[in-house]
Design a protein around this ligand. Structure first.
Ligand code: ATP
Length: 221
């Protein structure tokens, strides 16, 4: 696939606030295709609120310029409580992420897409398992897969590895890197884990003292 170097997202002097409190002043950065940008900073600096501000301002003004359709941006949120008796199978849960056409059943193309994503996220053996029976690490892979079936160009992962053990964190990020390589999707990954930032990140968008600074991670070409 030929790489396009046009930014998918340009944030220009965005002020991020909750109620009357400004969390980040004049935030500016760009996201290029096929890159992994880590968003870092202490608890409460405004990382999740920044993502919500981007979604809220999506192409409404100059502060958030986006070179994609809304359906091409997927956000995997921080918390999802799946009860042990949650009945949907992994495959059915992933299919819910399809941008549905008018027909109520899955088309041939949609079925093929779901199968491709299940393979890509290494969930073949769990496809018929109820999601409630999956481990935390497996569930995170399923959430990733559900976001991927809509073929996003930009994927935002909010602390997707927070509850995972070390091995599962690395497995998930290995998978994310493979997806980036295969599909040129750009990933924005909110994380508190400096090892993951150094191991997998191309860029670090660090929020500190109400300012956001983006830098290339050492060793990245
Ligand atoms: N709807 C809201 N109303 C009032 N305050 C809010 C609201 N949402 C978030 N906040 C506050 O805004 C601040 C930033 O919250 P946010 O969740 O964006 O931080 P964060 O950097 O993502 O934190 P963490 O790393 O702990 O997830 C916090 O002080 C939080 O309490």
């Amino acid at each position: 696939m030929k790489e396009n170097k046009q930014p998918l997202l340009s944030v220009n002097n965005l002020n991020v606030a909750v109620q009357d409190r400004t969390l980040i002043n004049n935030l500016s950065f760009q996201i290029l295709p096929a890159t992994l940008t880590c968003v870092t900073g202490e608890n409460g600096v405004g990382k999740t609120t920044m993502v919500k501000a981007i979604l809220k301002n999506f192409n409404k003004n100059n502060a958030v310029k986006v070179n994609l359709k809304r359906s091409q941006l997927q956000y995997v949120p921080q918390f999802r409580n799946i009860d042990n008796d949650y009945p949907l199978t992994v495959k059915d849960f992933i299919s819910l992420g399809l941008q549905h056409s008018i027909i109520p059943w899955l088309s041939k193309r949609e079925k093929a897409l779901v199968s491709k994503v299940i393979k890509m996220t290494n969930l073949e053996a769990l496809a018929k398992t109820p999601l409630g029976n999956c481990s935390g690490g497996e569930q995170q892979r399923v959430f990733l897969a559900q976001a991927l079936v809509s073929e996003p160009k930009l994927l935002i992962l909010d602390e997707s590895t927070a509850s995972l053990d070390k091995e599962a964190k690395f497995l998930l990020l290995d998978m994310v890197k493979q997806v980036i390589k295969k599909t040129h999707t750009a990933v924005v990954f909110i994380t508190h884990d400096p090892v993951l930032v150094q191991t997998y990140g191309d860029y670090d968008l660090n929020i500190y003292n109400h300012q956001g600074t983006i830098s290339k991670i050492k060793g990245v070409k």
